[in-house]
Design a protein. Structure first.
Length: 142
């Protein structure tokens, strides 16, 4: 199965319209990637439920976007099964104010028991970096 098909299969499995779950509420969209470089770009569009009282995206929703972007990327590039998050660290740089954000993930280590990744979130319109993250994921077969 080619890389884009793996991403689409994983995203469709987490975006089950019959269940109200955080991943399908975030509505991630795969923009592209490179299997050799183990990188991907995933788009998230701002939704009203994600906003705090200052009309910014809530930090917890942002952390969930990072978790989803890195987790989907780790699962797609490992090629078999799924992953669970072992840890995640997020650094907020600017408020998330605009309507869409691109999360660019890089797999930095693909081991049998741990997968490590880094991710940069940018405003889609301006390209400005708004946050960065790193995470560790545990692969498992379905």
């Amino acid at each position: 199965m080619i890389m884009e098909e793996r991403f689409q299969e994983i995203l469709q499995s987490i975006k089950n319209p019959h269940e109200l779950r955080l991943n399908n509420m975030l509505d991630p969209y795969f923009l592209g990637g490179d299997e050799e470089e183990q990188v991907s770009d995933i788009l998230f569009c701002t939704q009203d439920w994600e906003k705090n009282q200052r009309d910014e995206i809530h930090g917890g929703a942002i952390a969930a976007m990072f978790d989803t972007a890195m987790g989907v990327t780790a699962a797609a590039f490992q090629g078999h099964g799924s992953v669970s998050t072992a840890d995640i660290q997020v650094s907020f740089i600017r408020p998330f104010l605009s309507g869409a954000f691109i999360f660019s993930t890089q797999i930095t280590s693909m081991g049998k028991t741990l997968i490590r990744a880094t991710c940069v979130a940018r405003e889609k319109q301006s390209g400005k970096i708004v946050a960065t993250a790193s995470g560790t994921f545990v692969p498992f077969k379905k």
